[in-house]
Design a protein around this ligand. Structure first.
Ligand SMILES: [Fe+2]
Length: 286
């Protein structure tokens, strides 16, 4: 079956058919996927049926993988797979409580010394409603800024820390204490330019997260947090967002240098959501 890439209606995202992820991709298919990822930012591969080993092999063909820092969320026997869901003893969902609009917009591993270039989520179980994943195009968010804001934002360095993420997860867990489990060590904070140049396309993109970005270098904390909140509202407006409503078997690959993403709420107590994520290491400097 021929591989076909169909652009979705908005500013980010395409559907890719004709790919069987049980097979390790050859050089031509890798080239097709990388080109489509550069062009579309988010790629949806529907109707996949693959084992953890097959997902790891397919992902690793695209580049070196990075296990999640959440050691307890690594799949037994396949540490490259991050189990995202509420089906195990310790839920890892990144979804806010039902009814909350306070989404955890982020780009994977921004708080680590080597961020994630791309990530793949493979849907194994999905709730009947909610638990969607939103993807926001940070090229569009940058392009829509005024000339003055572009010039000033390009001088800013943003500070990112897992502490911001943990504070959010604690807040979302309500009166239950949030249990992070065993974690690989990460720096207290890392600093990246707020505007990054995509190493392949050359486009400029805003690079931050709603919760994980905890400061702007040289700014007082209150001013920085207010700025990040305003930037999140700008960058995640509907015109820049693709909403992925999952079907079991969907594999979605996205470019963390271009897309912010966030899970939407679902009923954690009544429904199951289970995803397997593989994460590709950044191979260019930010
Ligand atoms: Fe993520």
């Amino acid at each position: 079956m021929a591989v076909a890439v169909a652009h979705l209606a908005g500013v980010i995202g395409a559907t890719v058919t004709g790919v069987d992820m049980r097979q390790v991709p050859d050089a031509a298919l890798i080239d097709t996927i990388e080109t489509a990822l550069e062009r579309h930012g988010v790629l949806i591969f529907p109707e996949q049926v693959m084992s953890p080993a097959e997902q790891v092999a397919f992902s690793a063909a695209l580049g070196p993988l990075e296990p999640t820092g959440n050691i307890d969320a690594r799949l037994d026997g396949h540490p490259e797979i991050f189990v995202v869901g509420n089906t195990g003893a310790r839920p890892v969902t990144f979804a806010p409580q039902a009814g909350s609009e306070d989404l955890e917009w982020h780009t994977d591993h921004i708080h680590r010394e080597v961020p994630a270039r791309a990530s793949m989520l493979y849907a194994k179980e999905i709730p009947p409603d909610g638990g969607d994943t939103l993807f926001a195009c940070m090229y569009s968010a940058y392009d829509a800024l005024s000339a003055e804001d572009k010039a000033s934002y390009e001088t800013l360095n943003a500070v990112h820390s897992v502490s911001g993420l943990r504070a959010y997860l604690q807040q979302q867990s309500g009166d239950k204490p949030y249990d992070a489990g065993r974690q690989a060590p990460v720096p207290d904070a890392v600093t990246w330019p707020l505007v990054r140049h995509h190493p392949v396309t050359g486009r400029k993109a805003l690079y931050f997260g709603a919760k994980v970005t905890v400061g702007i270098e040289g700014w007082p904390l209150d001013k920085a947090l207010a700025f990040v909140a305003g930037l999140t509202a700008h960058a995640t407006q509907d015109a820049f967002v693709y909403r992925h409503v999952w079907r079991v078997g969907d594999a979605v690959l996205w470019d963390n240098r271009r897309a912010l993403h966030a899970a939407t709420p679902f009923d954690l107590d009544s429904h199951r959501r289970l995803m397997h994520r593989t994460t590709l290491r950044e191979i260019h400097p930010v």
